[in-house]
Design a binder for this molecule. Structure first.
Ligand code: UFG
Length: 331
């Protein structure tokens, strides 16, 4: 039986597909290629191009393939964009989940692992953030994902579809063999932007604010390597099969790094100067976001391999320095 990866051509989804294939699983990818890259999909996976909001498209996959579980990455994820285009997020993210769960119900698919986000917590009440802390998102992106978590909880009660929601903190890095990596258009994330400055593709990094309530004044985030994240999804699938119950876990390293510290680490890893300036704050950035990740470690048995941001940045640099045009598939 196969695992269906929705959004398997995206940054995190493609790393998950690679890990599943390495583990000997049969993998089916569904992706509309709106932000993903066909070249990022492992050639051993079977690819269906289409949109998860299209019920006929999902039916075709579930009729053709023997699917045992779904891993769902197919969503928009840029916080500032969600502020200016909220309905785009509720349509694709929240609406897409309705169609997906309906199809899973009708085809008797019992398990789903879902990409949730630290953005569901909003302004943190405690640091580090625990899974039991209240979820009060402050942007449409976080709310679209929280609604998806709630939908899955009710679909569990009504139809017995069991889910694991994995609330990601800041995902970075690339496959250590350098075959796949992070390529968004436009790019908004800190690590790939720093890489682009190191490559000379951008003149300088703008650090958004240095007057936050943090030790050096710049935002503090919790970085987790994309392959460690993929491993957590594998463990979540096993958790569902072993326990047949739903749950939610934070995925982070439990260590915070400031934007200035990330820049310094990237200078050390790349040996490049990486010019930077302080710019205005970006709307919607909380001071610090750090995960309590002991639940994933104790319940799932998750053991992240990358506990040093230098190592995470080194894998990102390997991809960027060997793929100066990314996947080179944009018009
Ligand atoms: N930053 C800069 N300059 C840039 C880009 C980013 O200073 O050019 C800063 C941001 O202001 C922030 C930090 O770098 O302080 C990280 O920003 P990212 O855009 O890389 O990531 P976010 O923390 O905004 O968001 C990411 C994911 C979200 C997720 C969140 C959870 O994109 O989906 O982590 O922590 F919800």
């Amino acid at each position: 039986m196969a695992i269906l990866v929705c959004g398997g051509a995206g940054y995190i989804g493609s790393h998950m597909v690679k890990r599943l294939v390495e583990n000997g699983e049969d993998v089916v990818v569904a992706d509309n290629l709106s932000t993903g890259h066909k070249k990022a999909i492992d050639p051993q996976a079977k690819f269906y191009q289409g949109d998860i909001r299209d019920r006929a498209f999902l039916d075709r996959i579930f009729l053709n393939e023997d699917i045992k579980a779904v891993v769902h990455f197919a969503a928009f994820s840029i916080v500032p964009e969600s502020m200016s285009e909220p309905l785009k997020y509720f349509d694709n993210n929240t609406g897409g989940m309705i169609t997906l769960l309906e199809a899973m119900r009708d085809f008797g698919i019992k398990y789903i692992v879902f990409s949730s986000t630290a953005a569901t917590y909003g302004i943190p009440e405690h640091m580090p953030i625990k899974e039991t802390d209240s979820q009060k998102p402050i942007n449409p992106y976080g709310l679209s994902k929280l609604m998806m978590e709630h939908m899955m909880a009710w679909a569990d009660k009504a139809y017995g579809i069991k889910f694991v929601a994995l609330r990601y903190f800041n995902v970075a890095g690339a496959a250590p063999d350098g075959t796949i990596g992070e390529d968004h258009g436009p790019e908004t994330h800190l690590v790939p932007i720093i890489m682009q400055v190191a490559q000379g593709k951008r003149p300088e990094l703008s650090i958004f604010g240095d007057d936050y309530n943090t030790p050096d004044g710049t935002n503090v985030r919790d970085y987790v390597h994309v392959m460690d994240l993929a491993d957590a999804h594998i463990l979540a699938l096993k958790y569902l099969e072993d326990n047949n119950q739903s749950n939610a876990f934070n995925l982070g390293s439990s260590t915070g790094f400031s934007n200035k510290q990330m820049l310094e680490a990237a200078r050390e890893v790349t040996g490049k100067e990486i010019p930077a300036k302080i710019a205005a704050r970006r709307p919607g950035d909380p001071d610090s976001l750090i995960a309590a990740s002991d639940k994933a470690r104790s319940v799932l048995g998750w053991k992240p391999q990358y506990d040093d941001v230098h190592d995470i940045i080194a894998t990102a640099w390997k991809w960027h320095s060997t793929h100066p045009k990314g996947y080179d598939d944009r018009n």
